[in-house]
Structures are given as structure tokens and as C-alpha cells.
Design a protein around this ligand. Sequence first.
Ligand SMILES: Nc1ncnc2c1ncn2[C@@H]1O[C@H](COP(=O)(O)OP(=O)(O)OP(=O)(O)O)[C@@H](O)[C@H]1O
Ligand SMILES: [Mg+2]
Length: 200
Amino acid sequence: MLKVGLTGGIGCGKSTVAKIFADLNIPVLDADHVAHRLVEKGQPALDQIQQAFGTAILNPDGSLNRKNLRELVFSDIEQKRKLESILHPLIYQALQTELEQLNAPYCIISIPLLFETAMTHFVDRILVIDCPVETQIERVKMRDNLTVERIQSIIDNQVSRVFRKAKADDLIDNSTTDYRLAEQVKKLHNLYLSLSACRD
Ligand SMILES: Nc1ncnc2c1ncn2[C@@H]1O[C@H](COP(=O)(O)OP(=O)(O)OP(=O)(O)O)[C@@H](O)[C@H]1O
Ligand SMILES: [Mg+2]
């Protein structure tokens, strides 16, 4: 099965594009969803996180206090690395397990930090969702109600737009509202179907 890694900066439109592929009945795996599941109450990853960061990152009921953890790692690069060293290998392991259960010509794996985690070998092809930084900021501000400074700092911690575009096998331009995302996705869908047919 052809594995297409879907990536892009915060708010570029990965989830929006992933939904269009899913509507075409293509399986979509999502590293963000996996990460979310991994830290649910009772999951081994949550125990590891608690051992590393203490009970201050837990709610009284023992579930993860995501806000506390987010603030802790946002302001401290060492703590951020510590969290990533626990979570990232588990995320890729879980994605691998999900992949092995699929039966489809190709699949989409949404991995926001594909480049940052140096895991491009995990996929056969890289699809980048692109829009200008100003648009990213505007869309995330609307969606998450974060300050511009906060959004900019998240963007600064990701690879640059230029880097991403240079590494892309395929690119979806999501710069404007009427950018005909469905049309762009349909073209790529046909490309991926023909590429997967060549591999059989
Ligand atoms: N072409 C578009 N025009 C207007 N709004 C858009 C467009 N594409 C996406 N959006 C909106 O911008 C926001 C960010 O999009 P989306 O959530 O798909 O990005 P993402 O790359 O998945 O973000 P994240 O990195 O945070 O997961 C959402 O509120 C979405 O509805
Ligand atoms: Mg998303």
C-alpha cells in the first residue's frame, strides 16, 4: 500500500484536506488523534508522563491536564524534548499498527511534525498543504483564540515554509477560501491510485 504523508504548518489546512480524502473513502490515519488517545486515562503513556513530570500535570480524577502540560513544555525546551521522547516513538508505533490493519490502494497519514521528527522515511510520498504564514496566523487565531505571539512562536518552532515546499512530492495550495481544495485533492487521488497500481 502506498503511504502518503500529509503535512504542513499549524493551521495550513491538514485536517480540512484529510477530510476530503476520507470522503473519497481513502483511509486517513492521524498522528494528532493517535497522540490524543495515547494519553487518555489508563494508557501506559500517561504513566510515563506522570513519572517524568509529576502529578501537577494530572487532574484530580487522574486524567491528563492538557493545559498544564502544554504550558510546562511551552516555556521549557528541555521539558518539551522530554515529552517528545516519550510520545513520538509511541505515536509512530501506533500508526504502524494501524497501517498493518488497512487494506486499500493507498492511505493518507496526517503527521504535522513529519519533518521535525525526521521521520520522512515512514512514508512513501510527501504531500504538503501550503498557505502563507499570515493566513496561518489568521486562521489559527479564529479557530483557537490564541494570541498572535503564541501562534508565531509555534510557527517558529516548526520547519519553514520554504523548507517544506522544497521537500514536497506534492503540494496543495490552500492560500485562499475559494482555492478549489476538492479539485486539487481529486487530481492527487487519481495520481495516487495510478501510482499504487504501478506498485502491484
Ligand atoms: N481554504 C480555507 N479557507 C478558509 N478557512 C480555511 C481554509 N482551509 C482551512 N480553513 C480553516 O482554517 C483553520 C485551520 O485549518 P485546519 O484545522 O484544517 O488546519 P490544520 O493544518 O489541520 O491545523 P493544525 O496544525 O492545528 O492541526 C480551520 O478553522 C479551518 O476551518
Ligand atoms: Mg489539524
